[in-house]
Design a protein around this ligand. Structure first.
Ligand code: ZN
Length: 166
């Protein structure tokens, strides 16, 4: 099922999400399938559950936007446990369509999370990938990227930006 993307202004985007405690259930598998499907329909590279109106600590990422099944990443109860360096580049969000902004982020991160079978996963990411992970994990805390900007200077972003939306 394809959900429509919740837009900026909806309180679900600014609320802490609930930690997942039940794994490998049909409901969880269905939700993950729906999240990937909804993300691909919106041409996004990342999607957090609050962006489809569900206040749960789950995000999905696929930098290939559906081109490569190996690139599908499930993040359940994720935490950034290490940050290094800094980067500042253009970021877009499916919940703020049409806009982009330069957002300061760590250059490298280590993320710990669980997959749908409650197996621990450690992700070491750098650059664009690290930025998307920080963006999604922010959504799960009720943060939007505009909360991390030095100044609120928006630029309009076309739909084919090479940086992707998340
Ligand atoms: Zn976003």
């Amino acid at each position: 099922m394809i959900y429509s993307i919740v837009k900026y202004g909806d309180p679900v985007l600014e609320t802490q999400t609930a930690t997942i405690t039940e794994f490998d259930t049909p409901e969880l598998h269905k939700l993950l399938d729906d999240m990937f499907e909804s993300m691909y329909a919106a041409k996004g590279v990342g999607l957090a559950a609050p962006q489809i109106g569900i206040g749960k600590r789950i995000a999905v990422v696929d930098l290939s936007v559906g081109e490569d099944p190996e690139k599908k990443i499930v993040l359940i109860n994720p935490e950034v446990i290490h940050r290094e360096g800094s980067q500042q580049s253009e970021e877009g969000c499916l919940s703020l369509p049409g806009y982009g902004a330069k957002v300061p982020r760590a250059l490298r991160v280590r993320v710990e999370c669980l997959n749908e079978r409650a197996e621990p996963v450690v992700i070491e990411a750098e650059g664009w990938y690290a930025r998307i992970l920080q963006h999604e994990i922010g959504h799960l805390r009720g943060d939007l990227y505009i909360d991390h900007m030095d100044s609120r200077t928006f630029s309009t972003q076309d739909n084919h930006t090479r940086h992707g939306k998340a």
